[in-house]
Design a protein around this ligand. Structure first.
Ligand code: TYM
Length: 332
């Protein structure tokens, strides 16, 4: 069983990235072969500052290692270091109906907001399909917002397998029910594009300030509340111990408490939860060469696997130099 996932270096990672996706990478590396990459080609659809993209890419690698991704167990690499994926993207594009991409949410949302989309954003799900199919991936741990893209990937793989021969493995999405859509500071899905994120490695003081300014609902303090429907509680639950969660839930049900108390408790558990990762990050940051070496070793392993899959694909659709034939060789 091979597990694969990617994450864009479009900003520093936030709690949504961690609880929805990164935490799964770290858990799964103990059970299965894992391929994890930093999706810098996808990020090019939004970041046009080369220095910023390159810095965020290294930051992303450091963050993943600090959070517990173990290069002895999992393969960590940068997406653009595997050119086979871009080659595969073109091949898949020739089997991709326009209508399928027109229904994809990233493109649809941008269009609805009256913004102009480029071909990179439009064909983004095809690159993502190539990312997955290039490594014969079985399982793709992600948050809810990526499930549609994995469906597209399955459609494209099915269509190719049907037109040519069954060369692609069909992947399954893996989402965690308690963190499929982690809420942000305003209660909507936490997302860089909604400006409602709390970053994992944000300076502690400014993180606490941000938490204390989080939006809350306007019901009176005395009124008992359902903890499950409140975004502060949803976040608290991700980081607190079972006893703490039970106590907090009881407080909500009883009513008569201030949201300030919950926010303070949330800032405290968050600080404790990521303390060890912060320490590891500070160490790793001092040694970027080691991180670069890890990425290069990872890329070499990833290229080897992707080359094997691409060769199979090229043979299946008749574009492999090794197997092209003259018309005389064709059956009469
Ligand atoms: P990206 O970079 O937007 O997000 C990375 C991962 O974080 C998850 N996530 C969330 N999960 C729960 N709650 C949230 N609020 C939240 N916000 C983000 C995302 O679901 C994702 O799993 N297209 C992908 C990157 C990608 C990829 C791939 C993923 C490129 N190729 C191949 C899997 C397989 C993306 O933009 O994720």
């Amino acid at each position: 069983m091979r597990v694969l996932s990617g994450i864009q270096p479009t900003g520093r990672f936030h709690w949504g990235n961690y609880f929805g996706a990164i935490r799964q990478y770290i858990e799964l590396q103990h059970e299965h072969e894992g391929f994890y990459f930093i999706a810098n080609l996808h990020a090019l659809t939004t970041i046009r500052d080369p220095q910023r993209l390159s810095q965020l890419t290294l930051d992303a690698a450091i963050d993943l290692l600090a959070l517990g991704l173990d290069p002895q167990r999992a393969t960590l690499f940068i997406q653009s270091d595997v050119p086979q994926v871009s080659q595969l993207t073109w091949i898949l594009m020739t089997c991709t109906p326009m209508g399928l991409l027109e229904r994809c949410h990233a493109y649809k949302e941008k269009k609805e907001r009256g913004l102009t989309a480029d071909a990179g954003l439009f064909t983004y799900p095809v690159l993502m399909a190539a990312d997955i199919l290039a490594y014969d991936s079985n399982l793709v741990p992600v948050g809810q917002d990526q499930v549609q893209h994995i469906e597209v990937c399955r459609d494209l793989a099915n269509s190719f397998n049907h037109h040519f021969s069954p060369v692609f493995v069909l992947p399954e999405a893996r989402i965690l029910s308690n963190a499929a859509k982690v809420p942000g500071t305003d209660g909507e899905k936490m997302s860089k594009s909604y400006n409602n994120t709390i970053e994992i490695f944000e300076d502690l003081k400014s993180q606490r300030k941000k938490i204390m300014r989080m939006q809350t609902d306007s019901r009176p303090m005395e009124q008992p509340k359902d903890p499950e429907s409140d975004h502060l509680f949803q976040l608290y639950r991700l980081m607190a111990s079972p006893e703490e969660i039970e106590q907090m839930a009881a407080l909500y049900r009883r009513g008569g408490f201030g949201y300030g108390e919950v926010k303070k408790a949330l800032a405290d558990v968050a600080e404790r939860y990521f303390a060890e990762a912060r320490r590891r990050r500070a160490e790793l940051e001092k040694d970027p060469d080691t991180v670069r070496d890890i990425l290069q070793e990872g890329a070499a392993r990833a290229r080897e696997k992707a080359a094997e899959v691409l060769q199979r694909v090229e043979q299946a659709c008749g574009i492999s130099a090794a197997t092209v034939t003259t018309s005389n060789a064709l059956p009469q």
